[in-house]
Design a protein around this ligand. Structure first.
Ligand SMILES: Cc1cc2nc3c(=O)[nH]c(=O)nc-3n(C[C@H](O)[C@H](O)[C@H](O)COP(=O)(O)OP(=O)(O)OC[C@H]3O[C@@H](n4cnc5c(N)ncnc54)[C@H](O)[C@@H]3O)c2cc1C
Ligand code: FES
Length: 333
């Protein structure tokens, strides 16, 4: 190559380099002008370790129902061998904004995501409670977390209990096992306005005494809230002096005014059929019975079809349904 050619090539390289520098400086200025948050590449690699990396709030619109929000565990209480009660707060201090009977999708990166009912009342401003049974991947991972650990929450989703419609009525709650979890949100909401409701009864069935959830609250409700609580365990147990037999065995002796009683039922799928039959004997109409259905869920907001029963999506139109609305769906109960 002649020396002239080499000189020209070097000059062209220099000019290109100057042009690139100008362009970069222009792009930098433009980004700083337009952006109130950090540029994307800074979020992952260049923020000093001491600064929190607030991925959720910097780049995404956190008001979207599709997006999980970062939350922190404030407290963990062991309720039974398998169930723990988690008190949770969002990092941005916002409220969950749920109504009783709704659920959220909880995820821990690397372990998956699952629907969990909200167990606290909407009255709690900055925290909410989830009672979780350890059964698999995600729920066991959650049980290994402790105060201060972080997880992701999206929601609340679904339709809950018709709190306003229940006012002025006698209420009969029938819970089986972990079904007391979503019901607790409604019971506590109702008890916070106790004079607005008539007589309140709770029938609660569990397999054995050590599976009874919220023991202290059950006796508090019985003693102070003029609410009648009956607990039964499936089979006789050495130190158990209370009722034995499945939850439906508590129904026949009950005096119910069928003209003003609304029944709320939450429990394992097998329970519903028998409870509904017993309520039929008490002449309670299908439009006065509400149940919460549990189905496999993935998206939680009507997109994936995993929770479909015939023509309905449980995650969207439920999980709480009026019996008269689903009674004739073949796969519902
Ligand atoms: C609307 C709704 C509300 C729920 N609320 C609560 C709650 O408040 N507290 C709580 O502890 N659980 C609740 N669940 C159940 C909870 O979502 C499952 O236990 C959870 O998905 C299990 O996830 P995992 O990764 O730990 O278990 P996996 O590893 O996915 O599975 C463990 C075992 O459980 C079975 N399983 C998983 N999910 C379900 C399901 N939905 N139905 C039947 N079997 C299943 C699997 O087949 C497997 O045998 C709720 C479910 C729904 C649909
Ligand atoms: S869970 Fe996806 S549609 Fe209901």
């Amino acid at each position: 190559m002649s020396s002239l050619k080499r000189q020209i090539k070097t000059e062209v390289k220099k000019m290109r380099s100057i042009e690139m520098q100008k362009l970069r400086s222009y792009e930098d200025k433009k980004m700083r002008r337009n952006s109130t948050s950090q540029p994307l590449n800074l979020l992952t690699s260049e923020i000093p370790a001491s600064q929190p990396r607030n991925l959720s709030t910097s780049i995404f619109d956190i008001s979207s129902p599709y997006i999980s929000r970062l939350a922190k565990i404030e407290r963990v209480a062991r309720l039974t061998e398998k169930e723990r009660l988690f008190t949770i707060a969002f990092e941005d201090k916002k409220t969950l904004g749920h109504s009783p009977g709704q659920f959220i999708m909880l995820s821990i990166p690397g372990y998956g995501e699952a629907p969990i009912s909200v167990s606290s009342t909407p009255n709690k401003r900055n925290t909410f409670e989830l009672c979780v049974r350890a059964v698999g991947n995600l729920t066991n991972a959650l049980h290994n977390l402790t105060k201060g650990d972080r997880l992701w929450i999206r929601g609340p989703y679904g339709k809950g209990f018709p709190v306003e419609e229940l006012k002025g009525k006698d209420l009969l709650f029938i819970a089986g096992g972990i079904g007391l979890v979503p019901m607790r949100s409604l019971i506590k909401t109702v008890l916070s306005e106790r004079p607005s409701y008539g007589k309140i009864k709770l029938l609660y069935g569990v397999k054995s005494p050590d599976e009874i959830l919220f023991k202290d609250e059950l006796s508090e409700w019985q003693q102070t809230a003029s609410m009648n609580v009956s607990i039964t365990i499936d089979k006789p147990y050495p130190e158990w002096k209370g009722n034995t037999g499945v939850v439906t065995t508590l129904l026949p002796p009950l005096k119910i005014d069928e003209t003003k009683t609304v029944v709320i039922v939450v429990g394992p799928p097998v329970m519903y059929k028998y409870v509904i039959m017993s309520l039929g004997d008490k002449r309670i109409a299908g439009h006065d019975i509400y149940l919460s259905l549990e189905r496999r869920m993935k998206c939680g907001l009507g997109k994936c079809g995993h929770c479909q029963i015939n023509s309905i999506y449980v995650c969207q139109e439920g999980p709480v349904f009026r019996l008269s609305d689903i009674r004739y769906l073949r796969e519902a109960i």
